[in-house]
Write a protein that binds this ligand. Structure first.
Ligand SMILES: O=C(O)CCC(=O)C(=O)O
Length: 250
């Protein structure tokens, strides 16, 4: 398939070797300011589809969030890696106010109710994200091994973390991003973020995309009753999951 956002053979090889790719630009800075202002004023201030948290599944009830999550710059690149039929099954805002906690090193497949566990994520910056306000850090090549996860040490934002004795963080890469930029990573890449030691907020959104062959346990935590996925490229060739049309407002 030809697409202005297709990846080159060298980029595809890099992703297979390292488990991540980017950063890339999706939305120019000027346009992104209006998107972030809308999300702050009209999305994060209101309840969404999951009564437990306003940060999750807003692709279901906000056109602005859906349009950002399914931006051609993101989905076109994902299609170069995962093929023509793509299902957006989760969106999560990761908001770290000043003083926000460390997110421990982890592999996402440890937490997800999907089978088989096959996913590509985009982490999209809404704020300017630097080392001092806790950009995501990744370990290139760490996707080649599934690590045990154990109860987290005190003070972490997640209850489970990858066993710290099973890997070294010497070769970590800081994913510093401007608003509207993103990077891609797969379900086994080890990633982490430090506490937010700055006086600036750090808001990002994770966009999770899978294939029609993957069964999503949609009523199970961390998802929620009423959860729906949305086909963002091609077709749902299997019909295993609840899907909906893209929101037209919000
Ligand atoms: O935002 C962060 O610091 C971590 C994000 C994360 O764990 C993810 O997107 O899977």
């Amino acid at each position: 398939m030809s697409d202005s956002h297709s990846l080159s053979p060298a980029e595809i090889a890099f992703f297979h070797q390292n488990g991540y790719l980017g950063p890339f630009a999706a939305v120019p800075l000027g346009e992104m300011a209006a998107i972030v202002a809308h999300i702050d004023a009209h999305v994060l201030t209101k309840d969404g589809p999951n009564p437990q948290t306003r940060l999750q599944s807003r692709h279901m009830d906000s056109k602005v969030v859906f349009d950002l999550a399914s931006h051609p710059a993101i989905i076109g690149r994902m299609a170069s890696l995962y093929g023509p039929d793509l299902v957006l099954w989760a969106t999560n805002f990761f908001n770290k106010e000043p003083g926000g906690k460390e997110i421990p090193w982890h592999q996402d497949l440890n937490y997800w109710p999907i089978e088989p566990v096959l996913n590509i994520s985009a982490w999209v910056a809404l704020d300017d994200v630097r080392v001092d306000n806790s950009c995501v850090q990744i370990l290139p090549g760490s996707h080649k091994k599934v690590l045990p996860h154990i109860p987290s040490r005190d003070g972490m934002a997640f209850s489970e973390e990858a066993d710290p004795s099973a890997f070294s963080t010497e070769r970590l890469v800081n994913m510093e991003l401007k608003p509207g930029e993103f990077f891609l990573f797969n379900e086994k890449l080890l990633h982490h973020s430090e506490p937010n030691r700055s006086s600036r907020r750090r808001l990002g959104m994770s966009v999770r995309v899978t294939l029609p062959i993957v069964k999503i346990e949609q009523d199970r935590s961390p998802l929620h009753p009423g959860h729906c996925a949305i086909v963002v490229r091609g077709q749902d060739t299997m019909g295993f999951n609840r899907t909906m049309s893209a929101p037209t407002a919000g």
